[in-house]
Design a protein around this ligand. Structure first.
Ligand SMILES: [Zn+2]
Length: 508
């Protein structure tokens, strides 16, 4: 049974609600990356499992657009120093394309979710505050400040200062949401009075003039949105952490049962800095730049593979994500066990084989079609949909080769005989290639397994080891001693071309 179904069954057993709201979310302060995706894919899987069980469930996504910019990250220009402390929804897009800083990072991610086939209802925190959705919970938090600080003290073990308030006003002079101290309230007018570090004294409306401190905000949101299930990173789940605090605030202040928690481990990025070095494992971090943004990953692999990377591992196990060869192995596994990538003929050609074909075709689509045909697949050039699927797969492959492929997967078909390298071949190797050339008939072709058998036959007839023949073939065609599976490679090439090339080797 898949873990998502195990969790869904447990939810139904433990919770009294008949309809479920599965909440996910993020603070869009930097690129939303593959590591961040675990939360939403976990939420989506559990939500779908509930629906499959006949239970009403929906997935929501809350973007913390009203959170402050914590510091100027390395990817930000110097002038963004002035924006530190302001809400992300009130800072301009660093590239000037979209309306705000928050949108800049949020929009590509939301587009990726469409590609991933994940249906969600999105809430933006700044809009929720500005619309007045938080007014009641803010009043409740302010009125019961004492109780809340006691809970925080008991759970986290840290003493809350006398000046602390659960509400952080947004200063109307300096624009920061992190530096004002509340000096008084008027519950009827629904506003707070504050003094800011910048010297300003002002009035903050409960309707968008400030926000609740994080631990209270989280609990308040559960009530406002009716959240019943929530996956979150294991850091929040630590004893004395924000979930423990939120759970008590939710029950004691808001009279609301905290959602069913699904803590999950991190996705770590495993990458070689350069060839020949050992792969390093790092946490994915937007601020450190050790991450791969979701939208970028989706240019390289199809959405179903990205989902598979996450869904195949139980949430309580960490994932080491290596976009190089290990990702290719995962794609093989997916195609073997679940299904081909792409519709029509594209889905029939294994991704690994496609990597060979695209390289033989040197990225030319019309050449690729010929190469595909030669390797024994039927291609219908007049079928627009089929062409589109092939094109898409070719783009994935080209991007993977460019960004993540290790050197030993890459090759270049040599248009001329690599004369210098051929000198390294033994007479027996040359003889074997000459013999192959002699047996090839122009106008006919062999498939991959026929090629494979032929190499073994020729090796035994010429009395050398098959691996020596393979090596000679790679050198003659690719100017390197190894390459992709020889059967595939040879089957994708024109017989006339091969005959001439192998004859030429025999004549050296
Ligand atoms: Zn100020």
């Amino acid at each position: 049974m898949h873990w998502s179904l195990v969790i869904a069954k447990d939810i139904v057993e433990r919770r009294k609600e008949k309809e479920h709201v599965v909440a996910t979310g993020i603070t869009p302060s930097g690129d939303i990356h593959v590591g961040n995706l675990r939360e939403i894919i976990t939420g989506d899987a559990v939500c779908s499992a509930l629906v499959d069980m006949g239970v009403e469930a929906k997935l929501i996504y809350v973007a913390d657009t009203f959170d402050p910019l914590r510091r100027r990250y390395p990817f930000l220009p110097e002038e963004y120093e002035a924006h530190v402390g302001k809400p992300l929804s009130e800072i301009p897009d660093p590239e000037g394309r979209l309306s705000t800083y928050a949108e800049h990072f949020l929009q590509p991610f939301l587009d990726s979710l469409t590609d991933l086939g994940i249906e969600i209802t999105t809430f933006k925190a700044d809009e929720m505050y500005k619309s007045g959705m938080y007014v009641d919970v803010i009043k409740e938090a302010i009125t019961r400040r004492e109780e809340i600080s006691k809970i925080i003290g008991q759970i986290s073990g840290r003493q809350v200062s006398d000046k602390w308030t659960p509400f952080n006003p947004l200063c109307d002079a300096c624009g920061r949401i992190t530096s004002a101290v509340v000096t008084g309230y008027d519950m009827d007018k629904e506003e707070a009075y504050y003094e800011c570090e910048c010297g300003n004294k002002g009035v903050a409306s409960f309707k968008g003039g400030g926000k609740l401190a994080w631990r209270i905000d989280w609990a308040a949101r559960w009530k406002i949105l009716g959240v019943t299930v929530e996956p979150f990173g294991k850091d929040h789940a630590a004893p004395g952490g924000s979930y423990d605090t939120g759970k008590r605030i939710s029950a004691e202040i808001y009279n609301y049962e905290a959602p069913y928690p699904i803590p999950f481990e991190h996705i770590l990025l495993k990458r070689k800095e350069r060839e020949g070095t050992k792969a390093k494992v790092t946490a994915m971090s937007s601020s450190l730049g050790t991450n791969i943004p979701v939208h970028e990953m989706l240019e390289t692999i199809p959405p179903e593979i990205l989902k598979h990377v996450i869904l195949r591992v139980r949430p309580d196990k960490h994932i080491e994500f290596d976009p190089g060869l290990p990702l290719l192995h995962l794609i093989d596994e997916y195609e073997r066990e679940i299904g081909g990538i792409g519709g029509g003929v594209a889905g029939k050609i294994p991704f690994r084989h496609f990597i060979t074909l695209v390289q033989i075709a040197r990225g030319e689509f019309s050449e690729l079609l010929k190469v595909i045909k030669r390797s024994g697949y039927e291609v219908h050039a007049d079928d627009a949909e089929e062409m589109e699927e092939l094109r898409k797969k070719a783009v994935y492959v080209a991007n993977w080769l460019r960004k993540y492929a290790p050197p030993n997967v890459k090759f270049e078909l040599q248009s001329a005989l690599p004369a210098e390298e051929i000198k390294s071949l033994s007479d027996a190797q040359k003889k074997a290639l000459k013999r192959i050339a002699g047996e090839l008939k122009e106008g006919t072709s062999l498939d991959a397994s026929a090629w494979h058998n032929k190499i073994y036959e020729v090796a035994s007839a010429t009395n050398i080891e098959a691996k020596e023949v393979f090596k000679a073939i790679y050198v003659a065609l690719l100017k390197q001693p190894s390459g992709p599976r020889a059967g595939w490679l040879l089957a994708s090439l024109d017989t006339k071309f091969l005959k001439r090339r192998f004859e030429a080797v025999g004549e050296t």
